[in-house]
Design a protein around this ligand. Structure first.
Ligand code: BDR
Ligand code: CA
Length: 307
């Protein structure tokens, strides 16, 4: 039986948990990764692009990689390499990437792909939302070519970059505001949920022993500061991929979500109006919980399909 594959574009800032998400997506039989677009985030855009190219090459795929925004819409770029290491993927010696980068800027590459695609395409942003906001602002004709947006970012409860703000949204709040208020079908897989989605020490060993991909990821995991090897590694970005193919793992609610862009302490915070206090129509499907055990089993199994 042929499986109907969901066409997706991953917009990313690899990033060690991004690398895991990309690895799973590239090997999942229900997904067709049409393009990987990169953005400045965990590390600068030259590094995130180079990392994406290295991953595609490691996995022996031909997925195009397009370089995107080098800075947020309204502020200067700040590096966040403390979580993922200097290169963004410290810990493994990838051969230098030979694959050619897409000739177009990521925003134009996404537009081209959307406008030329016979079916609508799902956007999966797992980094700051700069490219997606630029796309929606510059090329409104693309709205009708987007199936939906499933993003990792924000939180219904507490942040990691500040007390209240999650990193991907904090990194470009103005861009995030454009995405949440776009009127598109948006799903938010936020930090309060993805922080529960850890790989345990046993999962990490199982992954290492499965194949070459497991060994590569095991090396990256030694340098990943999203959680710890003892208490569990947080697979934030992989949750967005899980939502695409296994939505039953998540508890969700449709809520009004907006982004704080002005607060002295709260800039980059997602306001998730679970009790409809602001009397606004819901604009986002918000993930509120995850079946952690089932997620872990799914993640280990998916990575077994890689080389
Ligand atoms: C998000 O920030 C990055 O460090 C991760 O890759 C993930 O996308 C979690 O807040
Ligand atoms: Ca990321």
């Amino acid at each position: 039986m042929t499986v109907q594959r969901i066409p997706i574009i991953i917009d990313t800032d690899p990033g060690i948990d991004d690398a895991v998400a990309i690895g799973v997506a590239l090997h999942h039989e229900e997904l067709e990764v049409k393009l990987i677009s990169t953005v400045a985030g965990n590390v600068d855009v030259d590094k995130t692009t180079n990392n994406a190219l290295k991953l595609v090459q490691f996995f022996d795929k031909f997925t195009p990689v397009a370089r995107g925004a080098s800075k947020p819409l309204c502020t200067e770029y700040e590096d966040s390499s403390r979580i993922h290491g200097e290169s963004g993927m410290d810990g493994y010696e990838f051969p230098e990437a030979k694959a050619a980068i897409h000739q177009e800027h990521a925003v134009n590459a996404i537009r081209q792909l959307l406008m030329n695609s016979e079916e609508k395409v799902t956007l999966v942003p797992i980094g700051p939302l700069t490219n997606i906001a630029l796309l929606l602002s510059l090329y409104p004709e693309c709205y009708f070519r987007i199936e939906r947006i499933v993003l990792m970012g924000g939180s219904a409860n507490g942040g990691n970059h500040t007390q209240t703000a999650e990193y991907n949204i904090f990194a470009d709040p103005e861009a995030a505001k454009i995405v949440f208020s776009s009127g598109l079908d948006v799903t938010m897989v936020g930090l309060d949920v993805t922080s529960k989605a850890t790989l345990t020490p046993d999962n990490v060993i199982a992954i290492r022993d499965q194949n070459e991909t497991g060994k590569m990821m095991y090396s990256l995991f030694q340098h990943y500061r999203g959680g710890s090897l003892k208490t569990g590694l947080k697979m934030h970005d992989l949750c967005a991929i899980a939502y695409l193919v296994k939505p039953e793992l998540f508890t969700t609610k449709k809520c009004f979500v907006d982004v704080e862009t002005a607060g002295a302490y709260t800039r980059g915070t997602t306001i998730v109006d679970q009790k409809n206090r602001y009397q606004q129509p819901p604009n986002t499907t918000v993930c509120l919980d995850i079946d952690v055990e089932a997620f872990r089993m799914w993640a280990v199994k998916c990575l077994a399909a890689a080389r």
